[in-house]
Design a protein around this ligand. Sequence first.
Ligand code: GLP
Length: 252
Amino acid sequence: MKIEVSANREELGKSAAKEAAGKINEAISKRGAASIILATGSSQFEVLHHLVNYPGVDWSRVTMFHLDEYVGITEEHPASFRKYLMERFVRKVPMLLTYHMIDGSRLEPMEECSRLNEMLSKHHVNVALLGIGENGHLAFNDPPADFETDDPYILVELDKKCRQQQVGEGWFNTLEEVPERAITMSIKQIMKSGHIICSVPDKRKAEAVRNCLEKPVSNIYPASILREHPDCSLFLDRDSASLLSAGTKKES
Ligand code: GLP
């Protein structure tokens, strides 16, 4: 795993976006097209801002898949990840070939998983942009995460720490308002991505980052699985890297 520690979240965003644009362009020159996965959350603000403004990406050859979404909120809800991706990505790259959002407001979430699984089965994902939650989750795979399922999209229960983070970031007013279920891309499916770019700024992520890099690879620390990916880059800032041991920092 490549680890890069930037001075702040703005610099982190620039570096992660540059790498993402390079990997997308590489896939387009090799295969004529690229498929990407986009995460949401505050960790992706700067990354997406710089990516959509990065010169020279032929978005007309790019297909976007959506990483995770709450069950039971509409696209108009301020915390909706569809709304987030429409505003911060899709509308900023009007040439985009196509995108596949998760509709978490469907009455039967399992039917939505089946629809998405069918859609994704036709693609090999070249680049996945991810974040890590305060509880160490990858997408909405909270601990203990399912490391075994082969289903690409799954229905999950959200744990309290994950739901509390959403209130802390201001997406919801109270814990009760945060949905208890979500549709998420599974760990095995995320790990099939050709290249993974994981962006994790902020002090409040320092413990999750330390667990990801310094604890045994385990579903108790879902993001630790990234260490087993052959081509993963982890972008940190000084705050999120602040609890790492000198040895781990030296490897970066
Ligand atoms: C969020 C989203 C993910 C994101 C991760 C980290 O809640 N479900 O798409 O990758 O958890 O989010 P944040 O960047 O807000 O910490």
